[in-house]
Write a protein that binds this ligand. Structure first.
Ligand code: SF4
Ligand code: SF4
Length: 524
């Protein structure tokens, strides 16, 4: 018998026409290095709006802890203060106690609904204009441009070998970024303590270690996220781009490349040129790509990376103006309007024909649909706005009408009552009077429904005894007193007698009450 292997019969097995998708020689590395983006400075109405928003938001962030607000001698004079030690939140004339945290929850709900409202109306305007990541990246880019120049100069500088001049620019830029980052972290901790005092402590080295470590952590994250990682934070780390897709609909305004007008791309031809109808308005100059801080091309359509900053609109409007064409080749538009215009520009073969949307004089035809701000007024956005406003109004009403005086009573359980030597019955209570005003108050404590009861307060110096007590309540404090009530047994019935503790600010109108019981056991 021969040992030589023989070729198997081909018809005894199946051969599949397939290639391994992840063949070893085709495997991609899991890590793709970032390609650096060098956004060019844009000019136009949206860039101006972004400058304005950047100045306002950064101004609010850095300046707010330094605003003073006179609350009298018993409360801090910092307008906005999160006082963790005393568990208070001060916001100008509003003071929130821990048990009133539902106001903060209400604000968070309003912020959430506000984001729904903004996104369903104008897409990712939050991302493009007011998100801290966007604002700080913008600020860092201002520094970068001031030191290293605009896009082309920065690209050239990156390619240059290291020199004294390049090193100087790099060190200057990173020093400025670090200073901004440190002041960002510094501003944050000023919200948690008296800002002027803490600033002195910080600079003299006498602040608490937690203050320095908080500044350090925030400086590091600001520098890393805003200076080094930039667009990667929005693309890979932030969940918002994923969520926003569910919030947009065909009526939402988004930054849109109007390919029904721009395609087919070509070099510019003048408006009255006989070739004008053969090509679209896009001259493929890539100005929109050069300004994009996310490194994308809006002409590829809506993309997850697009933060709707509208800088590509400014760039393209500038190009169109120079060419004597109508602005708006890239514009804020709804999907519905875009589809309507695309249908007008589409020929019977399904291709885009620019001549279909221009008249004989080369102007855009009147029947094109122009998206206006009115498109944001619709049932869905009105509903969001209604809910948002209702919560806001409810919170304002609750804030304006809330009581700043509260009474809480705890009855002694062991023993539930004591029989005194004269035969009267005594119950003990812990009375808690919460004075939420930043000023001392004199509170009258009385009983309702327990006639003949005597109140004794052992802790009070004068130890008054009677059916009405004057109790001092310190500003912004919880006053706790032990109180004994004694009743002549002939005025009592067996078991429990229901009554009320009442408090009244004798110099104001606020009052509160608490339902309580007097336990007498079985009277013989
Ligand atoms: S595509 Fe336009 S709107 Fe979107 S991120 Fe880039 S520049 Fe901003
Ligand atoms: S800026 Fe306008 S014209 Fe230039 S490539 Fe972009 S869309 Fe086309």
């Amino acid at each position: 018998m021969s040992d030589t292997p023989t070729t198997p019969d081909a018809d005894k097995f199946d051969k599949f026409d397939v290639e391994a998708v992840n063949r070893r020689d085709r495997q991609q590395p899991l890590y793709a290095a970032r390609k650096k983006i060098h956004p060019k400075r844009a000019n136009g109405q949206f860039r101006s709006l972004k400058w304005l928003i950047m100045i306002v938001t950064l101004g609010i962030y850095y300046a707010t802890p330094w605003i003073r607000w006179d609350r009298g001698e018993f409360a801090p004079d910092q307008a906005v203060l999160i006082d963790l030690y005393h568990r208070r939140f001060y916001f100008f004339f509003i003071e929130i106690w821990p048990q009133e945290f539902y106001y903060v929850a209400g604000l968070l709900i309003m912020a959430g609904i506000g984001l729904f409202l903004i996104t369903s109306s104008v897409g990712r305007a939050w991302c493009g204009y007011t998100c801290p990541q966007t604002v700080w990246v913008d600020l860092f880019l201002v520094v970068e441009r001031a030191i290293e120049g605009d896009r082309n100069k920065r690209i050239r500088l990156d390619k240059e070998p290291m020199s004294v001049s390049k090193a100087f620019k790099r060190v200057s830029k990173h020093t400025m970024w670090l200073l901004i980052s440190i002041s960002t972290g510094g501003a944050w901790i000023f919200y948690f303590a008296d800002a002027p005092e803490l600033a002195i402590d910080l600079f003299t080295g006498s602040a608490a270690g937690i203050a320095y470590s908080t500044v350090g952590v925030l400086a590091f994250t600001t520098y890393t996220l805003g200076g080094l990682m930039r667009e990667q934070v929005c693309t890979y780390m932030c969940p918002w781009p994923r969520i926003q897709g569910a919030m947009l609909d065909e009526h939402s305004l988004t930054v849109t490349y109007n390919d029904w007008r721009g395609e087919p791309r070509g070099k510019h031809v003048k408006k009255n040129d006989p070739n004008a109808g053969l090509v679209g308005d896009c001259v493929d100059c890539n100005a929109c790509v050069a300004v994009c801080p996310m490194g994308i091309d809006i002409r590829d359509g809506q993309q997850l990376e697009c933060i709707t900053c509208a800088l590509c609109i400014d760039a393209c409007d500038g190009v169109m103006t120079k060419l004597g064409r109508e602005k708006g080749l890239i514009s804020y538009a709804t999907l519905k309007d875009y589809n309507a215009n695309t249908a007008k520009a589409t020929d019977k073969d399904g291709g885009l024909d620019p001549s279909r949307i221009r008249d004989a004089a080369g102007n855009l035809i009147d029947s094109l649909v122009h998206t206006t701000w009115r498109s944001i007024i619709r049932f869905r956005t009105l509903l969001y706005f209604g809910v948002w406003s209702a919560i806001g109004v409810a919170m304002i009403v609750a804030l304006l009408s809330r009581e700043r005086l509260e009474l809480n009573i705890l009855r002694d359980r062991n023993p539930t009552f004591v029989t005194l030597s004269d035969g009267s019955i005594r119950n003990g209570y812990t009375v808690k009077i919460l004075n939420m005003m930043p000023e001392p108050r004199l509170i009258q404590l009385t009983l309702d429904g327990l006639s003949g009861a005597k109140m004794i307060v052992p802790d009070m110096a004068e130890n008054p005894e009677g059916s009405a007590l004057m109790i001092p309540a310190e500003p912004d404090q919880l006053a706790t007193y032990k109180i004994y009530l004694s009743m002549d047994r002939k005025n009592l019935k067996d078991g429990k007698t229901k009554f009320q503790f009442l408090i009244q600010d004798i110099n104001g109108s606020e009052s509160d009450s608490y339902d309580a019981v007097f336990e007498a056991g079985e009277l013989k």
